[in-house]
Ligand binder design. Structure first.
Ligand code: AMP
Length: 415
């Protein structure tokens, strides 16, 4: 079922959102992006005349009640965002009466799902090596089903709008869907947007397609690099992984970050790109620093000849131009991971050059998807987030989707 075609009038809808918002030490929300992201779905349900049961996790309370992670802290912010009162259900597994009493247009926010270990479905307090672990896991899976069934019993309709947790098979993100028939479960608007954005770069590709993978390590991105290799025209590999490639090619990389056990992998990636006709773009020069600090002395050097005591911390001017050229002509662009230590203001030039080239290509009609924690932080830092086509709210979920994995939260609804 598609949310736009569904009329929620007179229905009770239970909606899984990702309200895992950052809080300061006084419990005030420091970034409400995730609340704003869910509003189109929540408002549609209320405006149709449905009643709304909102469920989410917050932080990692590890299956125990912990006031530090109570969703009660954000109740007023949710009420302000929705422009109506919000009731609070202090125990998500004991909310049948509160849910039954909801009238059309009323909202109930349930307490943190992860106060119950059943949400994640992993046994607690027992080591994976323990011989009793397998039995404990089976037992917990049974309890997870009961927990999901309980949550499902509160409502007529289930909506999943939590892309950030779509890669997890949790009670509220996937298991619960088994208790609703196909006409009574659906993705929310935010989820639909994320799925469409991923589809644009995995199946509905306009060429040329340039993917930019950065960040610190090759090892964490290898699954994605391999999946993209069959799809992209240009593959820019940048950031810390530059130096693993440079060393693999016989370069001298000084103190630069490097995965010595991935040198062969780097050579294999280069050979694979060549065999598949993918234009692999690696940095040629870098801004090296003499300390891992914003105030380090700097010099521009070849990535193959970094002096001892110096480390590559950002893309150099020649590299920035190479990257920008491979991005500007593209019609589909994916960016994940910075080109340097962008947290230090003096080492942002590479990431900024990428972001600006993406904005230019987007202006010229390209579809650009920026996703995965740090590249989102980059476009936000540069004030360019609203000038790319789509900024994903998913970290791990987005990366797994791009790797080509089926996300349990989406499969549970779409089958
Ligand atoms: P990831 O979580 O793998 O996407 O990596 C993001 C991190 O990579 C950021 O914190 C960057 O500071 C870091 N990074 C990017 N380039 C470098 C570099 N040349 N040396 C060390 N860290 C880097």
């Amino acid at each position: 079922m598609k949310i736009d075609n569904f009329n929620f009038a007179g229905k009770k809808a239970i909606v899984r959102v990702d309200f895992n918002v950052p809080l300061d030490e006084n419990g005030n929300i420091t970034d409400d992006t995730r609340i704003r992201g869910a509003l189109p779905t929540l408002k549609k349900i209320l405006e149709d005349g449905g009643s709304l049961i909102i469920m989410s996790h917050m932080g990692k309370p590890k299956g125990k009640v912990n006031p530090k992670f109570s969703l009660g802290q954000i109740k007023d912010a949710v009420a302000a965002a929705l422009g109506r009162d919000v009731k609070f259900g202090p125990d998500c597994a004991d909310a049948a009466e509160a849910a039954a009493n909801l009238k059309p247009g009323e909202v109930l926010l349930l307490e943190n799902l992860r106060f119950y270990p059943e949400e994640e479905g992993k046994p607690v307090g027992i080591d994976k090596e323990d011989p009793a672990y397998a039995a404990a896991k089976d037992e917990m899976k049974k309890r997870q089903k009961d927990f999901a069934k309980k949550l499902a019993s509160y409502a007529d309709v289930y909506v999943n709008d939590a892309f950030g947790t779509a890669h997890r098979k949790h009670a509220s993100t996937a298991v619960i869907a088994d208790y609703f028939d196909a006409d009574s479960k659906m993705l929310g608007y935010l989820m639909e947007k994320e799925v469409t954005a991923v589809d644009n770069i995995l199946s509905d590709i306009k060429r040329p397609f340039t993917a930019i993978m950065g960040g610190s390590k090759v090892s964490t991105k290898i699954g994605i690099i391999e999946n993209l290799m069959d799809k992209v025209d240009n593959l820019i590999l940048c950031g810390g992984m530059t130096y693993t490639f440079a060393k693999a090619m016989g370069g001298h990389i000084g103190q630069s970050i490097c995965e010595d056990d991935k040198l062969q992998l780097a050579l294999d990636i280069m050979a694979k790109a060549k065999a598949k006709g993918v234009n692999l773009v690696l940095g040629t020069d870098c801004v090296a620093g003499d300390a891992f600090s914003n105030d380090a002395n700097t010099q521009v050097v070849s990535v193959m000849e970094i002096p001892d005591g110096w480390e590559g911390m950002d893309a150099g001017p020649e590299t920035r131009k190479l990257f920008a050229d491979a991005i500007k002509g593209a019609k589909t662009i994916l960016w994940n991971g910075p080109a340097g230590v962008f947290e230090f203001d003096n080492f942002t030039a590479g990431s900024r050059a990428i972001a600006e080239a993406i904005v230019e290509a987007t202006d010229n009609g390209a579809f650009s998807l920026v996703g995965g924690g740090d590249s989102v932080a980059c476009v936000n830092k540069f004030g360019l987030a609203d000038q790319v086509s789509y900024v994903s709210t998913g970290g791990g979920a987005l990366l797994e989707a791009i790797e080509g994995k089926i996300l349990p939260g989406i499969a549970a609804i779409k089958g």
